[in-house]
Design a protein around this ligand. Structure first.
Ligand code: ARG
Length: 459
């Protein structure tokens, strides 16, 4: 069963197979393994290394196998060490010597490096689509809620008024950066290791440009040692995926807070929340919580990859077989999180009244009150001090700034006039925050448009 049985006089111990086999994980790359082998055989025949007839047989048998696996007519047998051994074994059973010629001028070291790059290129494209759906949703929702006033927080204390649309667009910006990181990582990983052989290239007259082109890579990898020992792309992708999870986790945390009874800013749709087995009144934000929890798992994959690679001498070492489980799990986890998060967000009910109530209750117009006095000629520091005393007075008397009469205000500063009430109304406070990037509804609409155009721009 082993590709390398020739040198050995004894069968491997069961436990050797148990720790050594990777087919349980790498069978996921069967399409890419076949695709890579087709390209390799075409190149071998083009360069006269195998005959045209052998190439025809190999390509037909590989296409046939691919078709059968796709339809479930052939099941990938886990009796083999890895997906490369399985494909080669089936080929040899079916077409004999032609199958045995496929591995000329190739090693599993360059083969696996090609497979994983091809596989992750597709995974990245799938994930980009999911990410883009969420960004598009955020920009739509930002337009819908462009003038819904809510408190903005620092230290989780009510700070200044913002709009819900503005808050949502903050996440759109984070996710756009995530998108950029994935696109960047994809560009860097798109070089072809095939032809690097085990580590030192080959004496056969191969054409690496041809296989690189055939497989949609930008170029062949320049250094054969680097080509087979590089897993930077896995680390970069796991890092980009980890940052996505940081963002989804922070967003989840806010959603969990917002749908608590203490905030009541939003309500989750029944289809995207869960109940309690004992407390009949409960409606729990489990999706948001599990997304927050799964962040840890993705960070774990990044740590696995960094640790596996950090002490390896050049070139290939078996430690590197651990790469696939980590990076595949990271992709699966982030995809699942995005698939659940987007429809959960899309179906929330936004409780504008509660947001406004919270905005009205926390002195979040205090800065605007100070700015009003600045407008009347007072230096900012003095205005700040007067407003501070006003806030203390309000707290003592269970009032907010807008509740005070002009007489009360004038006790603190003669500069207060009738126009102060308009100046410190929440609407004025938000509508006047038109500085670039600020929360005014007109800004939010422009920002949402900019997000959409960045999204539809070229990659
Ligand atoms: N299963 C191996 C991996 O995933 C494939 C390469 C094996 N090469 C070797 N020389 N043992 O890394």
């Amino acid at each position: 069963m082993k590709l390398w049985a020739g040198r050995f006089s004894k069968e491997a111990d069961k436990v050797t197979d148990a720790i050594n086999f990777s087919i349980g994980i790498d069978k996921r790359m069967w399409r890419e393994d076949i695709e890579g082998s087709i390209a390799h055989s075409k190149m071998l025949s083009e360069r006269g290394i195998i005959s045209n007839e052998d190439k025809e047989r190999i390509v037909a048998a590989l296409r046939q196998l691919s078709d059968e696996i796709e339809k479930g007519e052939t099941v990938i047998s886990e009796e083999y060490e890895d997906i490369h051994s399985f494909v080669e074994a089936v080929l040899t059973q079916r077409i004999g010597d032609a199958g045995k010629r496929l591995h000329t001028a190739r090693s599993r070291n360059d083969q696996v490096a090609v497979d994983i790059r091809l596989n992750l290129r597709n995974e990245t494209d799938r994930l980009l689509k999911l990410l883009e759906e969420l960004i598009a949703l955020l920009s739509d929702m930002a337009e819908t809620y462009a003038d819904v006033i809510m408190p903005g927080y620092t230290h989780l204390q009510r700070a200044q008024p913002i709009t819900f649309g503005h808050h949502l667009l903050a996440y759109a910006e984070m996710l756009l950066r995530d998108r950029g990181r994935l696109i960047d990582a994809k560009k860097r990983m798109n070089v072809c290791p095939l032809g690097a052989g085990a580590l030192a290239g080959t004496t056969y007259p191969i054409d690496r440009e041809m296989t690189a082109k055939e497989l949609g890579f930008d170029a062949p990898a320049r250094n054969s040692l680097d080509a087979v020992s590089d897993r930077d792309f896995c680390i970069e992708l796991a890092s980009a995926l980890s940052i996505i999870m940081v963002h989804l986790s922070r967003f989840s945390e806010e959603i969990i807070l917002w749908c608590s009874h203490e905030f009541k800013f939003i309500e989750l749709d029944d289809a995207f929340s869960t109940g309690s087995s004992i407390m009949p009144q409960k409606k729990n934000p489990d999706i948001a919580e599990i997304v927050r929890g799964k962040a840890g798992r993705v960070f774990g994959s990044l740590m696995t990859l960094l640790t596996v690679m950090k002490g390896l001498p050049l070139a290939y070492n078996k430690d590197m077989q651990e790469d696939k489980e980590a990076i595949f799990d990271a992709f699966d986890t982030v995809s699942l999180c995005l698939m659940a998060f987007t429809p959960m967000l899309k179906t929330i009910k936004v409780n504008k009244e509660e947001m406004r109530k919270a905005a009205a209750g926390g002195f979040i117009n205090a800065t605007d009150c100070a700015d009003y006095l600045v407008g009347k000629g007072l230096p900012f520091r003095d205005a700040y001090k007067i407003t501070g005393s006003l806030v203390a007075y309000c707290i003592e008397n269970s009032k907010v700034l807008e509740d005070l009469s002009l007489e009360e205000l004038k006790e603190f500063s003669p500069l207060f006039e009738e126009d102060v009430f308009k100046a410190i109304s929440l609407e004025t406070c938000v509508n006047n925050r038109t500085s670039y990037g600020g929360p005014a509804p007109e800004n939010v609409r422009l920002q949402a448009k900019a997000v959409k155009s960045e999204l539809s721009g070229s990659k």
